[in-house]
Design a protein around this ligand. Structure first.
Ligand code: NAD
Length: 357
């Protein structure tokens, strides 16, 4: 990297340019267009194939870090090596590559793009999986290409009309998925979300229930909560066995929340009708992954949130949010609001001036 371009000139202790580091590309080039118009923001593009020394040098002077990528996760070590860092942002909603306790300790904000394009794109994907599975679209497509040993009635589907969907995590995407189910097919919506009151869930069009009740009553269980210490392993053998044998399990949230080996066991025993899986413990899953052997498992490669519209909205929202952060304002999509008092101190130390009121 050209040292002159990354050197900060200081006026009265205040850095004149704030450095924002990212790897490879934004979700859409609109982000670079917006940020390049701001003369007080220095955009530093890195490549994951760059020498580690170059990457760490850039991060050491970074005020912002867009979309932390392995192996440069938002870890305690990275925060210690980035003394000027004010915030890290995810590309979409999920912030599981960032260490929340370490950020809270150090006073570093975590922000995301929840509620922007991903809401529509991921909800549509979950809904498409529900339709595809219950109408046996993928199952019959596979059979058609393979042999002629089937009979049409083998692929008798189910209508979604007036069935029950159980949504785990009733935030932006969960609520939109529920809305699609309710408005298109008059489905009953059950929701499990320990952070929302019954009243709040009702106002979003669902009925609050405990997890076991949701599993037992739903024809489709769709996971939409983040991957956290609490949700890792939340859906295991016990939970699958609580579901009806005619029910489908769908996840577009994150690998690690559901137990893949247990799901394969339960499907082998015919205790579930099928599954729709966009996210995996290891991405992409190996070709010999047991879940890839089932015709009644519909898979995708973590593309639920990948639509042109969603990516443009997320990139635009991320860029505008970075301008707010780097100018000392409170960002609209702060995921760790408990950090705020410590963040104010950190901002003062790094920027030499208080936040904008
Ligand atoms: P959101 O923050 O709006 O909603 C998440 C909801 O989960 C919140 O209401 C929260 O209270 C709830 N929650 C938290 N812990 C829970 C728990 N233990 N049990 C049940 N609910 C819990 O986020 P969102 O925009 O709706 O996104 C949800 C998730 O979708 C993201 O965290 C991300 O992992 C995933 N996602 C995937 C893709 C993809 O391409 N597959 C794209 C975008 C987002």
């Amino acid at each position: 990297m050209n040292k002159e371009t990354i050197m900060e000139t200081k006026v009265a202790g205040v850095p004149s340019r704030k450095r924002l580091v990212y790897f490879e590309r934004w979700a859409d080039p609109i982000a670079e267009e917006i940020l390049n118009r701001e003369s007080d923001i220095e955009l530093v593009r890195l490549s994951l194939s760059d020498a580690p020394d170059k990457i760490w040098e850039a991060l050491a002077g970074a005020h912002g870090y867009q979309w932390p990528r392995p192996p440069y996760r938002g870890s305690e070590d990275l925060i210690a090596r980035s003394p000027k860092l004010l915030a890290m942002a995810s590309q979409g909603s999920g912030c599981d590559v960032m260490d929340f306790p370490a950020c809270n300790d150090a006073g570093v904000m975590i922000v995301n793009q929840a509620g922007l394009g991903g809401r529509e794109a991921v909800a549509s994907h979950a809904f498409a999986m529900m339709l595809g599975l219950s109408k046996q679209l993928i199952q019959s497509d596979r059979a058609m290409r393979r042999d002629r040993k089937w009979e049409r009635l083998q692929f008798t589907g189910e209508d979604l009309t007036e069935q029950t969907v159980g949504i785990i995590g009733f935030g932006n995407i969960g609520t939109r998925t529920a809305e699609l189910c309710r408005t298109a097919y008059r489905m009953t919506v059950l929701a499990y979300d320990p952070y929302l009151s019954a009243q709040e869930i009702e106002s979003r069009g669902g009925h609050k229930v405990e997890l076991d009740e949701l599993l037992a009553r739903s024809d489709f269980v769709s996971v939409h909560c983040p991957l956290t210490g609490d949700t890792r392993g939340m859906i295991g053998e016990r939970e699958y066995r609580k579901m009806k044998p005619s029910a489908f399990f769908i996840t577009t949230s994150r690998g690690g929340i559901h137990d893949e080996a247990a799901l394969a066991r339960v499907l082998t025993e015919g205790k579930l009708a099928g599954a729709g899986l966009d996210v995996w413990e290891e991405e992409p899953p190996p070709l010999d992954h047991p879940l890839l052997r089932f015709d009644n498992v519909v898979t995708s490669i973590h593309i639920a949130g990948v639509t042109r519209r969603a990516y443009r909205q997320c990139a635009e929202g991320a860029a505008v949010q970075w301008i707010d952060i780097l100018r000392g304002k409170r960002p609209p999509r702060l995921v760790n609001p408990e950090v705020w008092p410590k963040y104010q101190q950190r901002y003062m130390r790094v920027m030499g001036q208080p936040l904008v009121a």
